[in-house]
Design a protein around this ligand. Structure first.
Ligand code: SAM
Length: 273
């Protein structure tokens, strides 16, 4: 496991993923029923954008840096920017929240949060990040197996699946985990992140998802035409059970990122399978 999210924290993909996660959480915590969130690949929890890894990649500067430089941040990104500002105060710090901190700050005392991370160093940081939140638990276990085992226990389920795609079977694991989670809670909401390199891989994944659900929503963020499959040409969030009230924010955020951070030929494609 060589992947370190610290190189990528706050990049265009995090902006799309984290904005969508916040919109889903807002809708899913609007009622009185408790929500149980399982974050299969949680990472370190929060990231220092002034650190060596973030500075070497420059990805945050081209992502959250661009957003923070705007005189008027588009309303759809306001919840994410509010957390970034709250973490850093007026001191000019450079902390960027990972999915664990965003989820923990969005939940209520009645909710539950399980965050899975296998890398020992990132797990230690994750555990420290979540320590103030009594309803949150960091576990050093495989995220796919944990989601399949814990979904449907204690309230409605929301599963975030955000693997590093270092393994060739991550796409198949997402489909299998979706099937297992829906078998335990057919109302579960699932959001999976993936890179967009070539269209064939993504199409094959969506066809496989159609064997487990007829309620998939894809938000493709193409930064450039998908002509060179050796490059990460964008990313996609694929959701199951996304509340209809979140579709506007999902489309707005994805379209803004394509239009403003993409190259010639960039586009957003939001569609239901
Ligand atoms: C893309 S990062 C997660 C970023 C995080 N979701 C966020 O948005 O801030 C993926 C993480 O998954 C961890 N990981 C890899 N395989 C895993 C597995 N099978 N179960 C749990 N964690 C895993 C990696 O160590 C890495 O920290």
């Amino acid at each position: 496991m060589n992947y370190r999210h610290a190189f990528h924290a706050g990049n265009f993909a995090d902006l799309q993923k984290h904005t969508i996660v916040l919109a889903l959480l807002k809708a899913l915590t609007a009622g009185e029923a408790p929500l149980s969130v399982i974050d299969t690949h949680a990472g370190a929890g929060a990231y220092d954008l002034g650190g060596d890894m973030a500075r070497r990649s420059g990805e945050a500067a081209a992502g959250i840096g661009r957003l923070l430089d705007l005189d008027a941040v588009p309303a759809v990104f306001a919840p994410l920017v509010a957390v970034v500002k709250a973490l850093n105060g007026d001191g000019g710090g450079a902390l960027y929240p990972g999915s664990p901190l965003l989820i923990a700050r969005s939940l209520r005392k009645i909710d539950r949060y399980t965050a899975c991370e296998l890398r020992p160093d990132d797990f230690d940081s994750l555990r420290r990040t979540l320590a103030p939140y009594a309803f949150a638990q960091a576990v050093k276990d495989d995220g796919y197996a944990t989601a399949a085992a814990r979904a449907g226990k204690g309230g409605r389920t929301f599963v975030l699946i955000d693997p590093p795609f270092e393994r060739s079977d991550d796409y198949a694991q997402i489909v299998a985990t979706t099937r297992a989670v829906l078998a335990r809670d057919k109302q579960a909401v699932i959001a999976a992140w993936m890179p967009l390199k070539d269209l064939e891989t993504f199409d094959a994944f969506m066809r496989a998802m159609e064997t487990v659900t007829n309620d998939a929503l894809a938000a493709e963020l193409r930064l450039r035409p998908l002509t060179d499959p050796m490059k990460m040409n964008g990313c996609a969030m694929v959701m199951v059970g996304a509340p209809p009230s979140t579709e506007g924010a999902i489309a707005e955020a994805t379209t803004w990122l394509a239009d403003n951070l993409g190259e010639a030929g960039a586009k957003a494609r939001i569609w239901r399978a």
